[in-house]
Design a binder for this molecule. Structure first.
Ligand code: FE2
Length: 181
């Protein structure tokens, strides 16, 4: 059975390999095949839970609230995503002059694993009226790395603000829980 501790240990081993991204992808594929990831994680509240954080690796459990949209942002490091419950729609962007423009997308369903390159800019949406759970693995220090986010409406580039992201999660959850009907 894949436990969270196993997963983190396997990711630490994977980034020491010659092809860290490929090795992390294999770890995520294996974790999904073994199943039970969701059971092992319990029933976490919506938000970003840091499972591991070091200069060369960060592992997050991300629980997206129902109908949540997170503004475009970059990571400036590669990432691997595995969806263990629900669905995560990724919209990709590329820079164009001082702004960004849409450049494709990818719907990730339960059981999907996706690698993202170092220069990816994406926005994430949970289209379902239920929570989505995903493990996000980053090839660096996700907490400390300076990077950017873009205003959802004006697409103005701003410094990434993790606390603003956490507030967005809380607001989305609050909105869903207080909506009529
Ligand atoms: Fe992201």
């Amino acid at each position: 059975m894949a436990t969270v501790d196993d997963l983190v240990t396997e990711c630490v081993d994977a980034i020491a390999e010659q092809d860290p991204r490929g090795a992390v992808r294999e770890v995520l594929d294996r974790a999904l095949v073994k199943g039970k990831l969701a059971d092992s994680l319990g029933d976490p509240a919506a938000g970003l839970t840091v499972l591991y954080n070091a200069p060369d690796l960060t592992v997050l459990n991300v629980v997206w609230p129902p109908l949540f949209s997170l503004f475009p942002h970059n990571h400036r490091m590669w990432a691997g995503i595995c969806v263990y419950g629900g669905r995560e729609d990724n919209a990709f962007y590329r820079r164009q002059g001082a702004t960004i423009v849409r450049s494709g997308g990818k719907e990730l369903l339960e059981g999907d694993v996706q690698l993202l390159g170092d220069d990816v800019i994406h926005a994430v949406h949970n289209p379902a009226r239920s929570y989505t759970g995903a493990i996000h693995v980053y090839g660096g220090d996700f907490i400390a790395q300076p990077r950017s986010q873009w205003d959802a409406e004006t697409l103005e580039e701003q410094p990434y603000d993790l606390e603003a992201v956490r507030r967005e999660f809380a607001l989305a959850e609050q909105r869903f829980n207080t909506q009529p009907g």
